[in-house]
Design a protein around this ligand. Structure first.
Ligand code: C2E
Ligand code: CA
Ligand code: CA
Length: 416
């Protein structure tokens, strides 16, 4: 919205006594705050006007239609000379859109209840329940139903996720990370999977965001550290070189004051060297979190290597690469995919490799699916790579098998 729009939104309006501000059935483009005077809210029952309420200074009215997009359910007129502050649809919608989805849904449910109550009181009947069977639904009503549907689904999934945490319905798959020059396995990335009894297999992309917004990521993350640490011990026993385990860390975990302590505790208990646990963080975590910089310093001091995941997909600010001292940069698979398809991708990958090297960071390319992509990355000086070309993420038994037999790179398979 323009700056002028903001001022427009905050404009004030003087209205003379007796003037109608809006009528029942009008479109609801504005809400109002009464700064001076009083406003009468009325409706018509059996052809006769009935006053529902008289509102005074400091009260907001007309906000219902603004939020749910339906028409005015009553009329408003100036009881005295009034001074109103005008609130625009944009001002309200911006906030409703950015609110927590569950809170937003509760707001809509309360509003719907309020509207049907008002209607029942004034006409002796409730509004129809909010379903698609209504003839001639307006777009806002359909949007509202969709939003409520989405929010209800979120609430359901959230409760199921709580059960999943309690019943440990998760498992980890491990994807090998290859040292490109030698072709040897340098480490693994732990990737979580959720087998929900009611929904089946759910990808992490879908549930990690919910786990973060509800803080369920904290117990889940703890479980991931413990489980992947045990796997690292099993896999390391089969390797002559020290292996590392990459663990994905969400912003919510970084913000949790006890997280580092918990991490250190588990790693120590399992007898693992901190150097072997690589922490993968997303670019946006550096932006979203005020405490990221301190956290980065703390964990690096403890010896945990840090990897910047999905590099190139977010803000990609050179400033934070300079400010935060990270050990490793992961080139996002969208660039690697482009190596065979888009002419610019090789240049972009090269720029990323050179940038990382200039800053003293090593580079991992993810999503390598073909021999040609692996070869280009090798030529560019990329240190490590992972992707279906080498192996999809696999259960621990298969990861153990990968340690004992050479990788069959000629026949890449996606994860089943
Ligand atoms: P990510 O960290 O970028 O993980 C790499 C994703 O790419 C994984 O998806 C992996 O299965 C997929 N992948 C690997 N090789 C290839 C390939 O050659 N081609 C293609 N097309 N894809 C490939 P996945 O397992 O579905 O995980 C999705 C995201 O969920 C991860 O992206 C990560 O951000 C998040 N995630 C996974 N496990 C955890 C976890 O334990 N904690 C947290 N906080 N996030 C996790
Ligand atoms: Ca990752
Ligand atoms: Ca990634």
């Amino acid at each position: 919205m323009t700056k002028q729009g903001h001022y427009e939104g905050l404009r004030r309006r003087h209205i003379a006594a007796g003037t109608i501000i809006f009528k029942e059935g009008d479109a609801g483009d504005y809400a109002y705050i009464i700064e001076e005077g009083s406003v009468e809210i009325s409706t018509v029952i059996d052809g006769k006007p009935v006053v529902l309420n008289v509102l005074g200074q400091g009260i907001m009215f007309g906000e219902l239609a603004l939020v749910d997009g339906r028409t005015r359910s009553a009329s408003a007129s100036a009881n005295t000379n009034v001074l109103l502050t005008v609130v625009t649809k944009e001002q309200v919608n911006m906030r409703v859109e950015s609110a927590d989805p569950i809170l937003r849904m509760l707001l809509f449910v309360v509003m719907r209840y309020f509207r049907s109550e008002t209607s029942w009181r004034t006409r002796g009947k409730a509004l129809k329940p909010p379903v698609i069977e209504e003839v001639g639904l307006t777009q806002p009503t359909i949007d509202l139903n969709r939003k409520i549907g989405e929010a209800v689904d979120l609430i359901r999934m959230e409760s199921e996720l709580r059960v999943a945490v309690a019943e440990k319905q998760f498992c980890l798959h491990y994807q090998p990370i290859i040292d490109i020059p030698t072709g040897a396995i340098a480490g693994f990335e732990a990737l979580i999977r959720w087998h929900s009894p009611s929904r089946g297999f759910i990808r992490p992309d879908v549930f990690i965001a919910i786990a973060e917004s509800t803080s369920l990521i904290l117990p889940i993350g703890e479980w991931v550290i413990e489980e992947s640490g045990k796997a690292l011990n099993q896999l390391s026993a089969l390797s002559e070189q020290p292996l590392f385990m990459s663990i994905n860390v969400a912003s919510r975990q970084i913000e949790e004051p006890t997280f580092t302590q918990t991490l250190v505790g588990i790693v120590q208990k399992l007898g693992i060297n901190n150097r072997q646990i690589k922490l993968e963080i997303l670019e946006r975590s550096l932006f979203d979190s005020d405490i990221a910089q301190q956290w980065i310093q703390d964990v690096r001091k403890l010896g945990f290597p840090l990897s910047l995941d999905d590099f190139g997909t977010g803000y990609s600010s050179l400033q934070y690469l300079n400010d935060y001292h990270l050990d490793n940069l992961k080139i996002d698979r969208s660039f690697v995919w482009g190596l065979g398809n888009k002419t610019n991708s090789a240049n972009l990958c090269k720029a990323m490799v050179d940038l990382a090297k200039a800053l003293g960071m090593s580079v991992i390319a993810e999503g390598i699916e073909t021999a040609a992509q692996a070869e280009v990355l090798r030529e560019l000086g990329c240190d490590m790579g992972q992707g279906y070309y080498y192996s999809p993420p696999v259960p621990i038994e298969e990861a153990i098998a990968l340690m004992t037999k050479p990788l069959a790179v000629s026949n890449p398979q996606p994860e089943l």
